[in-house]
Design a binder for this molecule. Structure first.
Ligand code: PLP
Length: 480
């Protein structure tokens, strides 16, 4: 069994095993003609249930053969140009290389004595990101597992900075289309039901600042404490960017912590063409960035940044065995002092390799390409009488629905769109997402693949229309 431990004696075994795995995946990526096979839970579950985990195969090739059947064949492939569903990007090769290195070396970024240079690399990337945002000389931050954790940590700091023991009086103001992790965070932070005040958005799905001013005033009038405003720079559904300068102005006036959730829109930080869309972000107290959304990084890779490094102390605990207090005076850089996690992956290495091989403009140009594509897609949809498109995109998301000429009943239109999404997924020809707008079912393309073309978009729209028409034809048959 020791031959499976990665060490000086097994370097050759490691090279062969990993190469064999890489070759399988490369073959898969090269030949996948659809993003998905359409495999159902009922088809896959018995195969996975049928594996006796107490009877190992003792052979890498056999395990990879088995994995082909269980997973690789029927995985959902984000690199395919017709995967258009959620906020998942195709990944860049330098980052995948970084992933291979970090899992083999297996540094843990909680303490200096488990990571050495890894800690310094992470710190450089935090400084680089804070510099891109413009947070100023006292900024700091830490890598996290994702936007959900980054938002939680930012709101923890905001809660502590509100300096009130009366949690029931604390309020977080966020647009009605902000990410649900804001609500989840409020719950985890012990804030009561109703502590997240939804601020209305306009037709463009951006927070209405008049409404925000109204809610802030109401909080003060009612003796409540607006502990944070969450502005979203790239909403999950619409890619809309809240008006950051106006929101920052209101936060300054009310002394409220401004958190900018740029989980999606952070790609603009490196965009050669669209950086101005984030103007105002530099006035935030904290910012969430998800490199695993718009920097083409493998999951997971995210960070929370703060304007004032001192606020990170709210996440600090000292343990004698790990990061005793004396290490602070000894200036030993232990990242666990700033993190909600203890043992933590060296995800920063992926971004490091990406910047060193491709450069920031390279990444930003890829993000610009998908934003340009969304604009083309919007024009296609706006000109197509079969579809209603919800919002002109600021980033790379299109929300639309099929509107059959023959059907006026809103519930019938909902059903046709739901059916089309399901049928498309079952066919595996394309994967699209769905959401609700004003209570009605819509479909969604999140465009993050520069290989997707306007031709792909047009073809997928035809497939959607075809499935919806088929459903409507069959319902008419059933009714007659
Ligand atoms: C705006 C926004 N914030 C936060 C998140 C949560 O990020 P994660 O899935 O990385 O936890 C998402 C995820 O889609 C998001 O769109």
């Amino acid at each position: 069994m020791r031959s499976h431990l990665l060490n000086d004696l097994t370097a050759e075994h490691y090279r062969r095993s990993v190469t064999e795995g890489v070759e399988r995946v490369a073959a898969k990526l090269a030949t996948a003609d659809r993003p998905f096979t359409g495999a159902t839970v009922d088809a896959l579950a018995p195969r996975i249930e049928g594996i006796d985990l107490d009877r190992p195969l003792h052979d890498t090739t056999a395990a990879l053969d088995e994995l082909e059947e269980l997973y690789l064949r029927d995985a959902v492939y984000f690199h395919h140009p017709r995967y258009l569903a959620h906020l998942n990007c195709p990944v860049v090769i330098p980052a995948v290389l970084g992933e291979a290195v970090l899992s083999a070396v297996n540094s843990s970024l909680d303490t200096w004595d488990q990571s050495a240079g890894g800690t310094l690399i992470e710190r450089r990337l935090i400084d680089w990101t804070a510099g891109r945002i413009g947070l100023g000389p006292a900024a700091d931050g830490v890598f996290t597992s994702g936007g959900t954790q980054s938002n939680l940590q930012a709101l923890l700091l905001a809660r502590e900075e509100a300096k009130s023991d009366d949690l029931a009086r604390l309020r977080i103001l966020a647009s009605e289309v902000s990410h649900f992790s804001v609500q989840k965070s409020a719950k985890l932070l012990g804030l009561g039901a109703g502590s997240v005040v939804p601020v209305p958005v306009g037709a463009d799905k951006r927070m209405r600042t008049v409404a925000l001013a109204h809610e802030l005033e109401r909080c003060v009038r009612d003796g409540l404490i607006p502990m944070a405003v969450v502005a979203t720079a790239g909403t999950t559904d619409f890619g809309s960017i809240d008006p950051l300068p106006e929101i920052a102005g209101l936060c300054a006036r009310y002394g409220t912590w401004l958190h900018v959730d740029a989980a999606y829109g952070c790609g603009l930080l490196v965009s050669p063409a669209r950086r101005h869309l984030l103007d105002g972000i530099e006035r935030a107290d904290s910012v969430t960035v998800d490199y695993h959304k718009s920097f083409f990084q493998p999951v997971s890779s995210s960070a929370v940044l703060v304007r004032d490094a001192a606020t990170l102390r709210h996440a600090t605990y000292h343990a004698d065995y790990l990061n005793p207090r004396r290490m602070v005076t000894e200036r030993i850089p232990n990242q666990v002092d700033k993190s909600l996690q203890t043992t933590r992956r060296f995800d920063a290495l992926k971004l490091w390799m990406t910047l060193r091989v491709m450069g920031a403009d390279g990444i930003g140009s890829l993000f610009d390409e998908v934003c340009d594509l969304a604009r083309e897609g919007w024009q296609l949809l706006a000109a197509d009488p079969r579809f209603d498109v919800a919002v002109e995109p600021q980033l790379s998301t299109l929300v639309f629905r099929y509107i059959p000429a023959a059907v006026t009943d809103p519930a019938g239109i909902d059903r046709a769109n739901l059916y089309a999404r399901k049928a498309l997924f079952a066919s595996g020809d394309a994967v699209v997402a769905g959401t609700k707008v004003a209570g009605r079912h819509y479909l969604k393309f999140t465009l993050l693949n520069p290989e997707t073309t306007a031709g792909d978009i047009a073809a997928v729209l035809d497939l959607i229309a075809g499935h919806a028409e088929q459903y409507l034809g069959e319902s008419l048959d059933r009714a007659s």
